[in-house]
Design a binder for this molecule. Structure first.
Ligand SMILES: *[C@@H]1O[C@H](CO)[C@@H](O)[C@H](O)[C@H]1NC(C)=O
Ligand SMILES: *[C@@H]1O[C@H](CO)[C@@H](O)[C@H](O)[C@H]1NC(C)=O
Ligand SMILES: *[C@@H]1O[C@H](CO)[C@@H](O)[C@H](O)[C@H]1NC(C)=O
Ligand SMILES: *[C@@H]1O[C@H](CO)[C@@H](O)[C@H](O)[C@H]1NC(C)=O
Length: 438
């Protein structure tokens, strides 16, 4: 009896130790189907950028039946080993239909022991994009691979997902607001409530959403104005076990934070997009504050601001300049009220600055200069941290320059993106955004 008690206490200790030890990683979701043309060096280049942002690893979204998975995964694991980076699988049950159970087992047996494969304690992490109808498969998959199973089954409730009895945690794909409301952590709380204390929660963070891919029957946007910095603050307040950034390279849904890469734009043709809406719409600026946010998330305290810097993002076309391309704001398939897209997005230049103390900001659009304000100041009330604000386009077109100054001295400047224009590519609105940084 006494012995059983002690071994119970010991296993509790080991369990909590392994969870504490492994928790707080930040991952970015990678669409492997977009990187068929990647050699090891391409993976290494992206891994270098991710590591510079303090991202710990990539979650590899793989579609069943994709014959390029084999070579892509070999290249990815070689690069991750070379760079001491982590990877784990997200089995996509929607893109090409459900994964056959045996193939999931084979892939986890082949890669699960790899040094670069991310593990919870000794268990290889495994996630999904959807697939709750196949939940029963995971009893055998877990028995044969020892997987630590954290699916995204956002199409069912967190409580129903937990009730399947096979999950060790859950990932939510709910990273965008039901506009015009602001993003909130109420959906995240439903996961926390359902999971209790023994299971892990991966919280999603995304910068933007716009897709127009007729070949996949997708054409909607979700509100991204002010989303990125607000959501990171929610991460710091909510303190999930892990964070997953949506995404690194999903150009088709405009929520990439990785670099633009011609090798990855094949889907615009294969899914009959009316044009390549990622072209010139770099999102690199959304990585600028990641070292600050991720350090704060992991340490639980606000790090020093070592470099004052600024980020700015904006759509390249005023919302009513051109035809809307049939895009809806929101999507009724998610139980949302659809609105004309121009009612959900704001014709504004959004900017944020990571500062040690207050500063001034001005925005030039084609030489028309407006003095801006920072309507949001650092959470917690201190002087150091992220300041946010925006100014309207006010019908100005042309090059955008955002300048942060203090006492007449320039602190940070963002420029170099495409100018705002009433001439739209292919004659329809590009609802994607450019995001640059100083
Ligand atoms: C992975 O490692 C575990 C423990 O070291 C071992 O039991 C298992 O057989 C290995 N799996 C493969 C596929 O090598
Ligand atoms: C969103 O938040 C801003 C403040 O950041 C507030 O002014 C606005 O009213 C909110 N919008 C909605 C729809 O709640
Ligand atoms: C903007 O601010 C600068 C100083 O920060 C001031 O000289 C200028 O007059 C202001 N412009 C407007 C339009 O308020
Ligand atoms: C922009 O132009 C439109 C059409 O000419 C006009 O109705 C509107 O008032 C202008 N908006 C601003 C902020 O100047």
């Amino acid at each position: 009896m006494k012995q059983a008690f002690f071994s119970f206490i010991l296993s509790l200790f080991l369990l909590s130790w392994s969870q504490v030890r492994a928790a707080k990683e930040v991952f970015a979701h990678v669409i492997v189907g977009n990187v068929n043309a990647f050699a090891v060096a391409d993976w290494e280049g992206d891994i270098d950028l991710a590591k510079a942002s303090l991202i710990d690893g990539f979650v590899l979204n793989i579609a069943a039946k994709d014959t390029n998975n084999g070579p892509s995964l070999d290249a990815a694991f070689q690069a991750a080993n070379n760079k001491q980076f982590k990877l784990f699988f997200s089995f996509d049950y929607l893109a090409e239909g459900p994964w056959p159970k045996e193939q999931v087992i084979q892939l986890l047996q082949k890669f699960g022991n790899d040094t670069a494969y991310f593990k919870q304690g000794t268990q290889p992490f495994a996630s999904t994009f959807e697939g709750p109808a196949n939940s029963a498969d995971w009893t055998d998959i877990k028995a044969q691979t020892g997987a630590f199973f954290v699916p995204d089954w956002s199409s069912i409730s967190a409580a129903d997902a937990v009730a399947t009895g096979v999950v060790d945690g859950l990932f939510s794909f709910n990273a965008w607001p039901d506009g015009p409301t602001n993003i909130s952590t109420a959906p995240d709380q439903t996961f926390r409530d359902a999971l209790g204390t023994g299971k892990v929660y991966i919280m999603p963070v995304a910068p933007w959403f716009f897709t127009n891919l007729p070949g996949f029957n997708k054409n909607w946007l979700w509100r991204g104005d002010e989303l990125w910095d607000d959501r990171w603050q929610q991460v710091l307040d909510f303190k999930p076990d892990f964070v997953e950034i949506l995404t690194w390279n999903d150009y088709g849904e405009s929520h990439y934070i990785g670099p633009l890469n011609d090798k990855e734009f094949g889907l615009f043709a294969s899914a009959n997009a009316p044009f390549n809406y990622a072209d010139k719409m770099a999102h690199d600026g959304w990585r600028k504050f990641l070292p600050f946010y991720i350090d704060a998330f992991k340490s639980g305290t606000q790090p020093q601001v070592t470099e004052e810097s600024a980020v700015a993002y904006y759509r390249p076309n005023p919302a009513l300049a051109c035809q809307n391309g049939g895009t809806t704001g929101n999507n009724k398939d998610f139980g949302q009220t659809e609105l004309p897209p121009d009612q959900l997005v704001e014709d504004k230049v959004f900017y944020s600055a990571l500062l040690n103390s207050p500063a001034e900001v001005s925005v030039s659009i084609g030489g028309n200069v407006q003095n801006g304000t920072f309507s949001k100041t650092p959470a917690g009330g201190g002087q150091a941290g992220v300041y946010q604000g925006s100014v309207g386009f006010k019908n100005s077109t042309g090059e955008v320059v955002v300048t942060v100054t203090r006492g007449g001295q320039t602190v940070a400047e963002v420029k170099g993106g495409p100018g705002i224009s009433t001439q739209c590519a292919s004659g329809i609105e590009n609802w994607n955004a450019f995001c640059g940084s100083s």
